[in-house]
Unconditional design. Structure first.
Length: 533
């Protein structure tokens, strides 16, 4: 057990996230100490394996960090900022960088994303690229200003087939900025630039319009997976409330048409939970409601997160095709039988093969497959075998998730009982994901990060040209409002008045409470999006 003592509660998240990234296999106890000694150092109790991280309460913003583990190593720094307006942001960033550099020196380790803890690194990079000549050009053609440009890590084209080229000077400038501000590695900086440039091209039609996307949450699953932290309930225990829940979703969609002034969404994403945990009749009811309330033919993408192979049947696939669904997922997570049973998936690798084959037979030509890197008991060779097997399916996209241990998941308790998950070289596992995707003709098209991720890495989506998950990009880069309906969802209004303001509202996470308080949930969205007469 490692004890982490800090003196400012508002810094707890940043300090804790940084320390856990350097000590992923240790339990960490956080202690908030209210006072500082005259020297600015927190009082030591002489215990071993303790990290003291102190940021002065004074305007001078003196930072202090000390390790007690057989020996004492101390560093401090005086943080400076240019203007009063920059103070809060500048000090926070400098403090995180100071912590990173100190921990890196002490442990002899570096992290691929350095001190960058945000979940949307590509959004940050898109901002860095803004105002440059980074854009989409026909293959073989350089920027309009005649500057030298290059394709990032080989072929990288948008959905129109145009090559995404970024001037070399801009690449180097952004890489240097990412290193100096956050210590981001050259490899991850290049990956982020490559994806940001591609996303910037794909998002052009969405940036200046007033469109939105619709997310529909189905909070039911055949069983709860060990790693899951989403709002999900066993479908068998809620069968008597499914129809009431679907009717509530229809009411939300009808009201949505009013407060969104009859505008039609660009994309619809049905997630969960597992939407296909609904039986065939209930799934048809849901999709018929969407068809009544949304102009399906105008959609740029209609995704249903089928997810669990044990919930997929030919009948459900035919219903989805009937109502115009264009994109689905058949998610293995792993192709190792023992792991599937351990994490509570309740299906076999043969079920994965069957479900994928049936989806192709039903006519789906945009199928995603999710994989999780870092599951309990899995080695690098296990991950490599899984990727080799899913490559045989020839999916249209692959999403590689680095395992993130969430407080709301059963994984947290599993680790408490069995110890930290060990045995996987996370960097090499992610490299295998990139190699598999490249061999299938896919390119990375979106990326995001979470707290407590294996190897302090990232989640990356890879896809064939024209098979990008548009909703995935839109929600990550926050260029479009999201109307989210159903249990446990969060709606987001992106203001396009130049203010950069993003407002959110959530809904109840309990099915019964949601049903009994439905009008209040709708009223929140009316206020968020502004009901227009």
């Amino acid at each position: 057990m490692l004890t982490l003592k800090i003196n400012r509660e508002e810094n707890e998240y940043d300090v804790y996230a940084m320390v856990t990234s350097f000590y992923p296999e240790q339990g960490i106890k956080v202690v908030i100490e209210d006072s500082e000694s005259e020297s600015g150092e927190m009082d030591a109790d002489g215990s071993a394996d303790t990290i003291f991280a102190s940021l002065s309460q004074e305007k001078s913003e003196r930072g202090f960090i000390r390790f007690v583990s057989g020996e004492i190593i101390a560093r401090d720094a005086l943080f400076v900022f240019k203007t009063a307006e920059e103070e809060l942001t500048a000090v926070k960033r400098q403090w995180k960088l100071f912590l990173y550099d100190t921990l890196s020196e002490y442990t002899g380790r570096t992290l691929p994303w350095g001190a960058l803890t945000g979940v949307r690194p590509t959004k940050l990079i898109m901002g860095m690229l803004a105002g440059t000549s980074a854009t989409a050009y026909p293959s073989g053609q350089n920027a309009d200003d005649g500057s030298e440009a290059e394709e990032i890590s080989g072929q990288n084209a948008d959905s129109t087939g145009k090559t995404i080229e970024v001037p070399k000077a801009d690449i180097q400038r952004v890489k240097q900025d990412l290193y100096e501000r956050y210590r981001v590695s050259d490899e991850k900086a290049e990956l982020g630039i490559r994806i940001a440039a591609l996303e910037g091209s794909i998002l052009k039609p969405f940036i200046n319009d007033d469109g939105y996307s619709l997310y529909i949450g189905i909070p039911f699953c055949p069983s709860r997976c060990l790693y899951c932290s989403f709002t999900a309930f066993p479908i068998d225990a809620y069968s008597d409330r499914v129809r009431s829940y679907l009717d509530a979703l229809k009411y939300e969609m009808e009201q949505m048409r009013i407060y969104m002034k009859g505008k039609e969404p660009d994309t619809v994403y049905v997630g969960g939970g597992t939407p296909t945990s609904l039986d065939e009749q209930s799934l048809e009811v849901l999709l018929s409601y969407i068809d009544e309330c949304v102009d399906i033919k105008a959609l740029k993408e209609f995704t249903v997160e089928a997810g669990r192979p044990d919930s997929i049947t030919p009948g459900k696939l035919n219903v989805m095709k009937k109502y115009g669904v264009t994109r689905i997922s058949v998610n293995p997570q792993t192709m190792k039988e023992e792991t599937l049973q351990l994490i509570g998936r309740r299906h076999t690798t043969e079920d994965i093969r069957r479900a994928f084959s049936e989806a192709r037979d039903a006519g789906f030509d945009n199928i995603n497959m999710d994989m999780i890197l870092g599951l309990p008991g899995e080695t690098l060779s296990d991950v490599e075998r899984s990727f080799d097997e899913i490559a045989e399916f020839k999916p249209d996209s692959i999403t590689a998730h680095s395992l993130a241990v969430k407080r709301a998941s059963r994984m947290k308790q599993w680790i408490a009982e069995h110890g930290a998950i060990k045995g996987l070289d996370a960097d090499k596992a992610m490299l295998k994901a990139h190699e598999t995707a490249a061999a299938l003709g896919m390119k990375p098209y979106y990326l995001y990060r979470q707290k407590n991720m294996a190897g302090s890495l990232e989640n990356t989506g890879f896809a064939l040209d024209g098979k990008y998950g548009l909703y995935n990009i839109l929600i990550m880069e926050e260029v479009q409002s999201i109307v989210a309906i159903g249990v446990g969802t969060v709606s987001k209004r992106v203001h396009k008045d130049g203010s950069g303001l993003i407002e959110r509202c959530d809904t109840h996470k309990d099915v019964s409470l949601y049903l009994s308080d439905l009008e209040a949930m709708v009223e929140r969205k009316r206020k968020l999006f502004g009901e227009r007469k």
